[in-house]
Design a protein around this ligand. Structure first.
Ligand SMILES: *Cc1c(COP(=O)(O)O)cnc(C)c1O
Length: 426
C-alpha cells in the first residue's frame, strides 16, 4: 500500500486475523518491541508449559523422565515432531536439542567429509560469526587449513549475496555448502530450494542455519531435499533466552555416523542398558549429545503451540505486509528529507526475511534515540539498525509509530545528544 494514512493502518489492525495472539504475549510495559529477530517475547502459553514442568519436577522428582505429561525422556524427539510441520519435515527428522553452535559442530562433524580434491566448505562472508568460528574449528580438528579451504562468497556493493555467484563457486573442490537462510544483518532471504538443487547436481552436501527464518517463514526441507539444517529457538520461535535449539536431518542420512557422540544419541529403548559400545538412534535423534535442558527449554512447548495455531503461512503473510508497510512509510515520510538512509533488505517478497535493515552513518546515535523513546530496535555494527515487526505480537500501528519516531528524531536532531560509542549489547 503506497502512502497509507493512519486510518488505513489502523484498519489493517482491525482486519488482522492474527491480532488475537498479541494478548497471549507479555509485551514489556510501555515498550514498542521491534526486536523479535534477536529475542522473541514470552507468551502466557510458554509460561504455562514452563510452570507445568517446574511443578512436575516438584511432584515427581526423577519419575518425571517417564511420567511427566510430556515425558522428559522423549522431550527432544516429541518437541521436534511438533515443530516438523513448520519446516516441512517428517517425524523423526527434527530434534529439539543442544544449542545452535553446538549443533553446527555436531552436524558438520558428520556432514563434512573432505577427501581427494573435495576439501572445501563454501559459506559466505556475511555469515553469523559463531557459524564461521565453528566451521574453522571443524577444519582445524581435521588438520585442514581453513585459510585455503573455507571459501566465503563475497557480497556485492549493496551487501547482498547473489545465488548465481554462490552456485558458480560450487566447484568440484567443494565438499559441503553451509549457508544462512536469512542473513542476520541484512535480512536477505536466500533461495534454499535453488541452492540445494544446484549443490546436489554437483554432488555437494548442503546445510542451512535457519535461526533467522524458522517461526517467520515456512520451510519445505523434505521437498527441497536439504541435507541438514539447524536453528535457534529464541528468535521468531519465542522459546526464551538460551533455550535449546533445533536441528533437522533428512531421513536419507539416518545411517550417517555421529562423531560428537553422547548418550542421548543412543538408541532410546536401550540407552539405559548403559553399555559402553555406542548404538545410535535410528533417526535424527542420533546427533544428540547430552540430557536435554528440560527446565530452560520447556517454554518452547507453549511457544510452538501458538505458532501452530496461528499457522506459519499466515504468519509469513502478515510479516511481509508489516515489513512492506514499514518500508513504504519510511520512504514516504523520512527518506525524502534524509537521503543518507538506505534500506539494505531486498524489496522483493521472495528475498526478504522477517526484519528490515536500515543503514545510516549515524545509526549508533539514532538507535539510542529510538531506545530513549521506548522503542526496542537493535544495532549491528557498524551502522545497521534492524527492525522486526513480528506477526504474532506487533501491530501495524506500532509500525506507524516507529516511522513517526524516526521522523521526529531526525527533524529535532535529538540523536545528536547521544554518544557515538556502541554499547556492549545493543
Ligand atoms: C542467533 C544465531 C546464532 C546463535 O548461536 P547460539 O549458539 O545459539 O548462541 C548462530 N547462528 C546464527 C545464524 C544465528 O542467527
Amino acid at each position: 500500500m503506497k502512502k497509507p494514512t493512519k486510518a488505513q493502518i489502523i484498519n489493517l489492525d482491525k482486519k488482522d486475523g492474527l491480532a488475537v495472539f498479541r494478548d497471549r504475549f507479555y509485551i514489556p510495559a510501555g515498550i514498542t518491541y521491534m526486536d523479535g529477530n534477536s529475542l522473541g517475547l514470552l507468551s502466557s502459553d510458554a509460561e504455562e508449559s514452563l510452570m507445568r514442568v517446574l511443578d512436575e519436577w516438584k511432584r515427581l522428582g526423577i519419575k518425571g523422565w517417564m511420567e511427566a505429561e510430556r515425558p522428559w525422556f522423549w522431550f527432544a524427539e516429541q518437541i521436534g515432531d511438533m515443530a516438523s510441520p513448520i519446516v516441512g519435515a517428517k517425524s523423526g527428522e527434527v530434534v529439539f536439542s543442544g544449542t545452535t553452535t553446538v549443533n553446527i559442530h555436531s552436524l558438520i562433524s558428520s556432514f563434512y567429509n573432505p577427501k581427494g580434491r573435495r576439501t572445501k566448505i563454501l559459506a559466505d562472508e556475511l555469515n553469523f560469526p559463531s557459524d564461521i568460528y565453528a566451521l574453522k574449528g571443524q577444519m582445524k580438528l581435521r588438520g585442514i587449513c581453513s585459510q585455503k579451504n573455507l571459501v566465503l562468497v563475497k557480497a556485492d556493493k549493496d551487501m547482498l549475496l547473489d545465488e548465481q555467484d554462490i552456485i558458480e563457486q560450487m566447484t568440484d573442490e567443494v565438499d559441503l555448502v553451509f549457508l544462512p537462510s536469512v542473513i542476520y544483518s541484512t535480512g536477505q532471504l536466500l533461495d534454499m530450494e535453488l541452492l540445494t538443487a544446484e549443490a546436489h547436481k554437483r554432488n555437494i552436501t548442503i546445510g542451512f542455519d535457519c535461526s533467522h527464518s524458522v517461526g517467520a517463514i515456512p520451510h519445505n526441507f523434505d521437498e527441497w531435499s536439504v541435507d541438514f539444517a539447524l536453528w535457534c529457538s529464541y528468535k521468531y520461535m519465542n522459546g526464551g533466552p538460551g533455550a535449546s535449539a533445533f536441528y533437522y536431518v533428512n531421513e536419507r542420512h539416518f545411517d550417517k555416523e555421529p562423531l560428537l557422540t553422547g548418550w542421548f544419541g543412543y538408541l532410546k529403548e536401550k540407552q539405559f542398558d548403559m553399555l559402553t559400545e555406542f548404538i545410535p538412534a535410528a533417526n535424527a535423534g542420533r546427533w544428540q549429545i547430552s540430557s536435554p535442558g528440560i527446565l530452560g527449554s520447556s517454554t518452547i512447548e507453549g511457544a510452538l503451540k501458538i505458532i501452530l495455531e496461528a499457522g506459519i503461512n499466515n504468519i509469513r503473510e502478515k510479516s511481509l505486509k508489516m515489513t512492506s508497510a514499514l518500508v513504504d512509510l519510511l520512504q514516504e515520510k523520512v527518506f525524502p528529507d534524509y537521503p543518507e538512509f538506505k534500506i539494505i533488505t531486498p524489496f522483493d517478497d521472495n528475498r526478504r526475511g522477517g526484519h528490515i535493515a536500515l543503514e545510516h552513518p549515524e545509526a549508533v546515535r539514532i538507535n539510542e534515540a529510538l531506545k530513549a523513546r521506548d522503542i526496542v530496535p537493535d544495532l549491528r555494527p557498524p551502522n545497521i539498525i534492524r527492525l522486526a515487526p513480528v506477526a504474532l505480537y506487533n501491530t501495524y500501528e506500532e509500525v506507524w509509530n516507529v516511522v513517526e519516531a524516526f521522523k521526529e528524531i531526525m527533524d529535532s536532531k535529538e540523536f545528536k545528544k547521544y554518544s557515538k560509542e556502541r554499547k556492549t549489547v545493543s
